[in-house]
Design a protein around this ligand. Structure first.
Ligand code: NAP
Ligand code: GLV
Length: 317
């Protein structure tokens, strides 16, 4: 148990994949006194002070007149910020929890290493029964660039640093990055891309970043670069990825996110020989560790302190 100060607080849960029961158990563990209610049976709407949500219907959070904070179940808040009817003045908190961060570092390390050692080429050789004595450079000679250097980008960089990769990051504002080169803003983008052989996208989806993974961006990278998009489908222009793969500008792409999810059965990405598709599972919020973080934030709010990890509504993340 984390706290006993959540007595009589009512939290409404709107989760995905009917995971409400799992979330209730997690909150029970974190704070047994918290009164968790389901979206389908919220009871007296005026009693709800906290909302813990993933993709709520637009305008639906206005039903709760005494809401003190909206917690996003995911790190990304694009599912909320598209709602012009969000209740005014209620802070939105994005998900920052250690296991979500760990999962993303695992995903990024897995796919960076896979491209770095050119596992796709080795697998192709195996299928062709070819003894391929492929020699690849070691990590200090492989330039990896991380777009979006927030909680997840920085943790991924830490994981990659263990192998000694030549790292760079790109963010909106200037960053101190002792482990690598740091670039920021639109002025820094082309230089960042010019030195990036494996590009990892961990940006939030905002009006500024929508469609950023496009033909011009790929053209600014060295020929034969690899792309890993573990952020949002809205970042990538799908036809431009196909074109860059076709021309050889991109050697391969690992895509966890798509414009339409689930990816339609007839989508060309499923069977493309140089695209790896994963089903938006790069990293998933883990109930127990996440509930602990949410309860700690509720305790802060009840103590009159501002919650941690609030979203800057102007910046959109
Ligand atoms: P975060 O801590 O808010 O970091 C966001 C980073 O992006 C910051 O470094 C920020 O720059 C940078 N950024 C924002 N707008 C930019 C712009 N216009 N130009 C350049 N850089 C910009 O977010 P996070 O927790 O790391 O999460 C990142 C995203 O990952 C989420 O928004 C979500 O969409 C995605 N995600 C995906 C999965 C999955 O399973 N596929 C799981 C979790 C999260 P500053 O540092 O200068 O502010
Ligand atoms: C997942 O996509 C998240 O935003 O946490």
């Amino acid at each position: 148990m984390v706290s006993s100060t959540c007595e009589l607080m009512a939290l409404i849960i709107k989760s995905d994949f009917a995971r409400d029961v799992i979330w209730r158990e997690a909150f029970q563990f974190a704070s047994p006194e918290l009164d968790c209610r389901s979206w389908q049976a919220p009871g007296d709407l005026s009693e709800i002070e906290y909302a813990f949500v993933w993709k709520p219907e637009k305008g639906s959070l206005r039903r709760f007149p005494n809401l003190k904070c909206i917690f996003s179940i995911g790190a990304g808040v694009d599912h909320l910020l598209g709602d012009v009817d969000l209740p005014e003045g209620v802070p939105v908190v994005r998900m920052v929890e250690p296991e979500l961060t760990r999962g993303m570092s695992e995903y990024v390390a897995l796919h960076v290493l896979r491209y770095h050692r050119d596992l796709p080429a080795l697998q192709q050789s195996q299928r062709a029964r070819q003894w391929n004595e492929l020699i690849t450079p070691t990590a200090p000679h492989r330039r990896v660039g991380i777009m979006g250097f927030g909680v997840l980008g920085q943790a991924a960089a830490e994981a990659l640093r263990v192998f000694g990769f030549d790292l760079a990051c790109w963010s909106r504002t200037a960053k101190d990055f002792p482990g690598g080169e740091s670039f920021h803003g639109s002025d820094g983008l082309v230089s960042f891309l010019a030195r990036t052989e494996i590009l990892v996208c961990l940006l939030p989806l905002t009006p500024e970043t929508e469609g950023i993974l496009n033909r011009d961006l790929f053209a600014s990278m060295p020929r034969g670069a690899w792309l890993i998009n573990a952020a949002r489908g809205g970042h990538q222009v799908e036809e431009d990825i196909l074109e860059a793969l076709q021309s050889g500008q991109l050697a391969g792409a690992t895509l966890d996110v798509f414009e339409t999810e689930p990816l339609p059965k007839d989508h060309v990405f499923w069977s493309h020989p140089r695209i790896t598709v994963t089903a938006h599972i790069a990293s998933v919020t883990q109930p127990r560790s996440a509930a602990v973080e949410v309860v700690a934030n509720i305790v802060r709010i009840e103590a009159g302190e501002p919650p941690l990890n609030t979203v800057d509504m102007g910046a959109g993340y």
